[in-house]
Every structure is written in structure tokens, then in C-alpha cells.
Design a protein around this ligand. Structure first.
Ligand SMILES: [Zn+2]
Length: 329
């Protein structure tokens, strides 16, 4: 009997199928499901950890900071075979913990271990919300949006577990970007409100500070609203190049405020310059690697000169834009 171990994760629009598992029996199939989910969650956890450090550490400089708890859930309706995944995770319902970012309120509480079943969030029981039978990521997005709304209105949110216990978490300020692990591909994309990185991206094998450097570059695009700016002012080669330069230059600022060595940005360019021009960066629109390093080095000197006593570097005040952010408005 064949069991198609198809997974559709939470990455917004992307679903994936693992290679179909030919399982001799159900137990073997459940084991395969479990391994696939855990491998995905391990990578996602790395992304959430560096993402959280960046959005939390830079919150006071973001125009869009909002209360956050660093919790990510998953919804069985999002998978290709919800019944199989539910059985593999031994869930009765549809929602469980995906990740709790290291250092976030959810992470610090110690009660959000992966795949622990969730039955209520705030005043809602999300399982009662309508969803397609399978491959439906919208209900999960709705739940994450709901958590953000409750946090914005009340400052905190209470989460109820299947075993009857609850956890009341207070939000802390963080820049408004979500990080999502795309189930396929190796690209990193900043699309305004989200940073989406493919799980095959080689950066997941880098030391943490170098992965953080990559994520900082993508986050910089969102913080400086580059996508909207390019839509307004045309995605010409010249404009794209200007936004890429800004994203490179902001990397060390975001890193230092997140507690990383800002020179990790330099080390990233030094160590991982692909001969082709890039799997991470679009060939032709990014400057030569040495130029990029020079630009980052200049920012490091600037950061050193304006750094506050608490170690933070206020990029909202001191970072020099090279595009007019209001152009086209
Ligand atoms: Zn970029």
C-alpha cells in the first residue's frame, strides 16, 4: 500500500511533496512523516531564532514595531494528508506549535515545545474556523494575523493547550516582518511583510552569524520598503542596484543591534562569494563582491563612530539613504 507523504507547510503560498513514501505498514509511514516534519522544523527553528534576534534587537528603530511573542504554529489543514500528519504527531485537533523563537516570550516561557497541541488562542478556537480539507494555508495565516491583532489591542495573549493548561504571554516590541521557510528552493526573498527563504538555501549550513547576515540583508529590504518603492519607481536595473546597495549597507547595523558581530556581514561576503554571481542574489543586479565588502566596511566605521553607550547603532537616525524613500508617493 502506498502512502503519499505529502506535506504542505506554512510558507504562505508554497506547498511541497516529499518523495512519495512506499510504506510497508502504517507505522513506517508515520515514522517517515514524523522525520520529515522534524527535519523541516529544525531548519525553521534556525531561521526563527536569527529572525527574532534581528526584529527584536532593532525594534526601537523600526517605524512599524508591534508587540510580538515569537510563536509560530502549524495547521493540519495545511498538509497534503492531514490525517496522516495528525496521527504521526498524535494530535486530536488541527493546531500545534511549530517553533518558539529563542529568546522570545514564547521561547522563554519554556512551554511551547514543537508539536504540542493548541486548542485555543485568545477568545478563539481556531479549529472551528472553516478550512479546506487539505493544502489550505490560509487558516494558519488568519491565526497568525489574529495573534498579532490581539497583541496589538491587549498587549498579551493567552494560549490554551490540549491538556487543559494555558500560557499567558505578554508581547514585546519587534519589527513587523515574519520569517517563513519555503518548503522548496534555495532562494531568499523579501516581499514587504515577510522574508521567505527556501529550505535548500545553503546558508542553513553556515555558522549562525553568517546566516544572520543573509537574513539581515533580506530584512533590510522590508524595513526600507524596497519592494513598494520599486513598484512605484520601476524595477530598472539602476533602481534595483540602489536598493541592493542599501540592503548591504544596513546589514551590519541590524546585526550589531541583534547582538551579532557586525563584521559578520563582511565575513559573509568574503567567504561565500559564488563564482556565478549568486544563488542568493540575482546575478547582474548586485555589485561585485569586493565592492560590496568595501561598502560594508565603510558602514562599520560609521557605526563605530555613532554607537551608543548601550552598544546599539541607531540606523533610523544615522543611516544615510541613497534613494529617496518618498519618491513616487
Ligand atoms: Zn537583496
Amino acid at each position: 500500500m502506498k502512502s503519499g507523504a505529502r506535506l504542505c507547510a506554512l510558507a504562505g503560498v508554497l506547498c511541497f511533496s516529499t518523495a512519495p513514501v512506499s510504506a510497508g505498514d502504517t507505522a513506517e509511514s508515520a515514522q517517515a512523516q514524523l522525520s520529515a516534519i522534524k527535519a523541516y522544523q529544525d531548519t525553521d527553528q534556525k531561521l526563527q531564532n536569527v529572525g527574532w534576534a534581528l526584529i527584536r534587537g532593532n525594534a526601537e528603530f523600526c517605524t512599524s514595531a508591534a508587540p510580538s511573542i515569537g510563536l509560530q504554529l502549524h495547521d493540519m489543514a495545511g498538509y497534503g494528508a492531514p490525517d496522516d500528519v495528525r496521527a504521526a504527531l498524535e494530535l486530536k485537533g488541527d493546531f500545534a506549535v511549530q517553533t518558539a523563537a529563542l529568546g522570545s516570550p514564547a521561547g522563554l516561557s519554556g512551554v511551547f515545545e514543537p508539536n504540542r497541541e493548541i486548542v485555543s488562542v485568545g477568545a478563539e478556537k481556531p479549529m472551528t474556523w472553516a478550512a479546506e480539507e487539505r493544502l489550505d494555508w490560509r487558516r494558519l495565516t488568519r491565526l497568525h494575523d489574529y495573534i498579532d491583532t490581539v497583541l496589538a489591542e491587549q498587549g498579551g495573549v493567552t494560549v490554551g493547550f490540549r491538556d487543559g493548561s494555558t500560557a499567558a504571554l505578554a508581547g514585546v516590541a519587534a519589527c513587523r516582518t515574519r520569517f517563513e521557510l519555503a518548503p522548496t528552493g534555495n532562494r531568499a526573498v523579501a516581499e514587504g511583510k515577510r522574508v521567505v527563504i527556501g529550505r535548500e538555501f545553503e546558508g542553513f549550513g553556515y555558522p549562525e552569524e553568517l546566516l544572520a547576515a543573509v537574513v539581515a540583508h533580506e530584512l533590510a529590504h522590508n524595513l526600507m520598503e524596497h519592494r513598494a518603492w520599486l513598484t512605484r519607481n520601476k524595477r530598472t536595473r539602476r533602481n534595483v542596484k540602489a536598493t541592493e546597495r542599501e540592503a548591504d549597507r544596513l546589514m551590519p547595523w541590524l546585526l550589531i543591534n541583534a547582538g551579532y558581530d557586525p563584521r559578520a556581514a563582511l565575513r559573509f561576503f568574503d567567504r561565500y562569494r559564488p563564482s556565478s554571481g549568486g544563488l542568493l542574489f540575482i546575478p547582474g543586479t548586485h555589485d561585485k563582491w569586493q565592492d560590496r565588502m568595501d561598502r560594508v566596511a565603510k558602514e562599520l566605521a560609521r557605526i563605530e563612530s555613532i554607537r551608543r553607550d548601550d552598544g546599539k547603532a541607531d540606523w533610523a537616525l544615522h543611516f544615510k539613504r541613497q534613494i529617496d524613500p518618498d519618491k513616487g508617493l
